[in-house]
Design a protein around this ligand. Structure first.
Ligand code: NAD
Length: 532
């Protein structure tokens, strides 16, 4: 009996049947779930019930009602998932790129078909608004769509290097790869990994965040329905023990990680020490420089949307405004626009932001707001203790604006990851650029101006890896790569785009000699060939 047979499949039915198209119930309200179920793993194209002894309760952030229980997958279950991926790799790597491309086309169609279902699952488990959750799915879907173009992105090179001798170079898959995902984009980040990994011929074991694994499970189910063979896409669960398992499992060749600095530094160090390729996207502190010559209305609206959307739980959220000169006087208008946002359950029509992910996150964010006041900043708009009458038990933090923020304060140095915007005043563009560059992070930075010359200087001198000019969240679409830098990234190859394909592949060169019938040399030569 192999290890997989030791697992308990939740349902052995054809994947195209309605019965299995429900690794997650399709729920579109925050109403209490009478009998919350368990979250399954997904191995060999089957949902698998865990025999875990440790379970992690997952609550709806809007109500703190129990939604599901997520297993800490057991060592045997984790090994079985890697077994499945390793078995599948033997044949998956031999499929043609055209076959894999056709499956990717179907995967894209199925994600579009189940777009609302994925979004609803994200809103229920993660808390963001339904409209924002649809955006989460879309930005991942676009990675899958771009992966369909692999046929023109993965062509190799060939050169005649000597008479009758050619060298060709091309990229081959690595083998079994793993992805470790954060809570804030439950569909997008798994989709940063699954399409480029499998379209290039790898198989994958993915660990979603234990706080919202539902979307990743739906995606695995859709991959199976699209025709991905058993074992190519697998989902396991848990917290640090699962991560340690993936980092130490010798058959896993590469690790994609997105999440916080602490976990990322640990994963990068342990993964690379074990000889694995690791790409790790970490935390951020994204600044927007506002020049007084900008289109004020457009800039203030863009900043409010980018600071408070998703309750500030985006790695590219704008968390600091650097107001240059008289732009510092616009704070009252900024505050009014922030105050006007509707905070409510993510399923509520018209909600602009939902709750933060957990009571612990709420407490941490409120603690950092308190620290700002204690360290000399002014709380111009205070979102602490925010109550949404319909959801009195939710983890709500209202939009918060801090003024008089300075480097060195905790609210400036730490990633708050909540709906909190700090305002720093700067006398000139040069001072503003110097301030942004002195920050250790380098994910994103934006400028709002109507001056081409100022924008050009900003673009050249700013050290952030993703630069927006009158664009508040300049995340590149997947024909480019996600290009954070400085302390926002560890590893050399970025997520998605050409770099993403390179991360999941290794170069092979083949040098071949096909000489027409000619007399063989009578003696062996021991000198280096000169290829002339
Ligand atoms: P997190 O680091 O807490 O968790 C991410 C993953 O790591 C999860 O799967 C979790 O189970 C695992 N993990 C957590 N602690 C661990 C530990 N001690 N040992 C081993 N594994 C551990 O991050 P999060 O709170 O889920 O996500 C928010 C963070 O992710 C923010 O810092 C945000 O900036 C960052 N993020 C970055 C990007 C980017 O592209 N730069 C994108 C999204 C999120």
């Amino acid at each position: 009996m192999n290890r997989l047979q030791l697992l308990r499949p939740a349902a052995r039915v054809r994947l195209t049947s309605r019965a299995v198209r429900a690794v997650r119930p399709y729920i579109t309200t925050h109403a209490k779930i009478e009998s919350p179920g368990t979250t399954k793993m997904f191995v060999d194209n089957m949902p698998v019930e865990s025999a875990a002894t440790t379970w992690i309760d997952l609550h709806d952030p809007a109500t703190n009602n129990l939604v599901t229980r997520v297993p800490q997958s057991t060592p045997a279950e984790l090994t079985a998932a890697v077994d499945a991926a390793a078995r599948a790799f033997a044949s998956w790597r031999k499929t043609t790129v055209l076959t894999r491309q056709q499956i990717m086309f179907r995967f894209v169609q199925l994600i579009r078909r189940d777009w609302d279902r994925l979004a609803a699952c994200i809103t229920l488990e993660q808390g963001k608004t339904l409209e924002d959750a649809r955006g989460d799915v879309l930005r991942g879907l676009q990675v899958a769509e771009t992966a369909c173009g692999v046929t023109s992105q993965l062509t190799g090179e060939l050169l005649e290097v000597a008479a009758d001798m050619e060298t060709r170079s091309y990229r081959e898959p690595l083998g079994v790869v793993a992805a470790i995902c954060p809570f804030n984009f439950p569909a997008m980040i798994p989709l940063w990994c699954i399409p480029p990994a499998i379209v290039t011929g790898n198989t994958i074991v993915l660990k979603p965040s234990e706080r919202d694994p539902g979307a990743a499970l739906i995606l695995a189910e859709l991959a199976a329905e699209a025709g991905v063979p058993p074992g190519v896409v697998n989902v396991v669960h848990g917290a640090a023990p699962t991560v340690d398992f993936l980092l130490d499992e010798p058959r896993i060749r590469a690790i994609s990680f997105v999440g916080s600095d602490t976990a990322g530094a640990y994963i990068y160090a342990r993964g690379t020490a074990n000889g694995k390729r690791v790409q790790a996207n970490l935390g951020a502190k994204n600044h927007a420089i506002v020049l007084p010559d900008c289109d004020k209305d457009a800039a203030l609206n863009a900043i409010v949307g980018a600071a408070f959307g998703a309750a500030g739980q985006r790695c590219m959220a704008l968390s600091v405004v650097v107001a240059v000169g008289e732009a510092a006087g616009w704070v009252p208008e900024l505050v009014e626009r922030a105050r006007a946002l509707k905070v409510s359950g993510g399923f509520e029509p018209g909600a602009d932001l939902g709750p933060v992910v957990s009571p612990a996150a709420k407490a941490r964010i409120e603690g950092l707001i308190a620290s700002a006041a204690a360290e000399g900043a002014t709380i111009a708009l205070d979102g602490r203790g925010y109550v949404v009458p319909e959801y009195p038990h939710g983890n709500f933090v209202g939009p918060t604006v801090l003024t008089g923020v300075r480097p060195g304060m905790q609210c400036y140095e730490r990633e708050i990851f909540g709906p909190v915007l700090g305002v720093v005043a700067a006398p000139s563009l040069d001072d503003a650029i110097a301030l942004v560059n002195a920050n250790r992070y380098g994910n994103g930075a934006a400028i709002f101006t109507q001056s081409g010359a100022a924008a050009a200087r900003f673009q050249r001198d700013i050290e952030a890896g993703q630069v927006g000019i009158n664009v508040p969240i300049p995340v590149p679409l997947p024909m480019f790569s996600f290009t954070g830098n400085k302390a926002s990234i560890l590893g050399d190859l970025n997520f998605y785009g050409k770099a993403g394909l390179h991360f999941y592949t290794q170069l092979k060169t083949v040098t071949a000699l096909w000489r027409p019938a000619a007399p063989a040399a009578r003696t062996a030569s021991t000198a280096m060939p000169t290829h002339q």
